[in-house]
Each structure stands twice: as structure tokens, then as C-alpha cells.
Design a protein around this ligand. Structure first.
Ligand SMILES: [Zn+2]
Length: 209
């Protein structure tokens, strides 16, 4: 089977998310949004639109705490609170919720991660990425540089028959705008021959580290 390419966006919803949804809609590209509960609580309408337009919501915890910064019990509370908000979005959108909500912990899951026990207690797998873009930096790389990095990663993996799961950022804990990310995605999706992966097959499945 042809390797799939999937885009995912962390730390939103944020001020740039509606513009990003516009860009994705033009090319019918469906993506995954690993939302922060704290941002989602203020932007249920934006997330409802995302779900209605075929995107999948994932859980990125409530507050984006660093590994070890909060107790296991507090982290479990954060995940469950955010799950509840995500389920509410699917209800608002009148879209059936997925069997399991994908989970991606802030800063990714490291070997020997102190949060491994929490995943086990929640009986949840972790969704990583095959490449993380540095669009979260201040200032971020230019949209052309970001799009170039994505193209190289996609070409490299696809040539070896491997799936791609890119991690970008459509928001932040501080609710920053991400115009460079939106423009980089627009550039990438304007490439002739752009093809998205089959979201259903990737939903909830871990990839990368
Ligand atoms: Zn994050």
C-alpha cells in the first residue's frame, strides 16, 4: 500500500486555527488536532467546525505541564477533563466520536518517561510523530523554510515506503498566533500531487517516537 502522509497540529485551538482550517478545506486535507483543554474551553466553536470538516481531535492534556511537573493524579485529571471537552465538541458537531481519543503528551514521550505509568493506568497508547517542525520557535522559521523541511521529510520517508506523521503547531499555551505555520501548510498543499493519508487507518495508532 502507498505510504500515508498525515498532518497533525498541537497546542491549539489558537488565533490561527480558523485560517488553518480554511487552508485545509481548499484541498480537502483532513488533519489531527492535539488540543490543549485550557485553549479548547475558550474555543469550542472552532473545534466544532474542525470536527464538522472531517478533522480528528486528540488530547494534548489541559495545561501542557512539563514531564514530572504535576503529580500522576493531576495529570490523569488533566487528560480526563480534556477528554470530556473533546466529547462535548463531537456532540455539538453531531459527529460520532471515535472509539478512542488519540493522546499525545506535551514534549512527546521519551524513553523512561516519568509519565509512562499514567499512560498504563489510563490504558492509552501514545501518538508521536515522524517529524516535529520548529514552527513553535520565536521567531519561527520562514514559511518557505518550514514547507521545504516538510517536503524533504515526506520525500525521504515515502521513498523508503514509510508513513509520515508531521507535527506542527496551530497554537500555544499563551494563545499565540501561528501565521508562518498556516502559510507553510498552504505552500505544501499547493504542491502538485499532494496526497493525504487515510485518516481512519491512522487514528489512534502510534507513529514515530
Ligand atoms: Zn505541545
Amino acid at each position: 500500500m502507498h505510504p500515508s502522509t498525515l498532518l497533525s497540529f498541537d497546542d491549539g485551538p489558537g488565533p490561527s486555527t480558523p485560517a488553518l482550517l480554511d487552508v485545509l478545506r481548499v484541498t480537502s486535507c483532513r488533519a489531527m488536532f492535539f488540543v490543549l483543554g485550557s485553549n479548547l474551553a475558550r474555543a469550542m466553536d472552532v473545534a466544532t467546525r474542525a470536527v464538522r470538516e472531517g478533522h480528528v481531535l486528540g488530547n494534548h492534556t489541559y495545561s501542557h505541564a512539563r514531564p514530572g511537573a504535576v503529580s500522576d493524579a493531576a495529570l490523569i485529571d488533566e487528560v480526563e477533563h480534556t477528554d470530556a471537552l473533546i466529547r462535548e465538541v463531537y456532540q455539538l458537531a453531531a459527529v460520532p466520536e471515535p472509539v478512542s481519543i488519540p493522546l499525545r503528551l506535551p514534549y512527546g514521550l521519551e524513553p523512561q518517561d516519568v509519565r509512562g505509568d499514567v499512560l498504563a493506568r489510563l490504558k492509552r497508547s501514545h501518538t508521536g510523530w515522524t517529524a516535529i517542525l520548529d514552527d513553535w520557535r520565536r521567531p519561527p522559521p520562514s514559511p518557505h523554510a518550514l514547507a521545504g523541511a516538510m517536503r524533504r521529510h515526506i520525500a525521504d520517508r515515502t521513498a523508503r515506503g514509510q508513513d509520515v506523521l508531521l507535527c506542527l503547531h496551530d497554537g500555544s499555551r499563551l494563545a499565540e498566533a501561528r501565521p508562518a505555520t498556516v502559510e507553510a501548510v498552504r505552500l505544501l498543499l499547493s504542491d502538485p500531487g499532494w496526497q493525504t493519508g487515510e485518516l481512519e487507518n491512522r487514528n489512534g495508532r502510534g507513529a514515530g517516537q
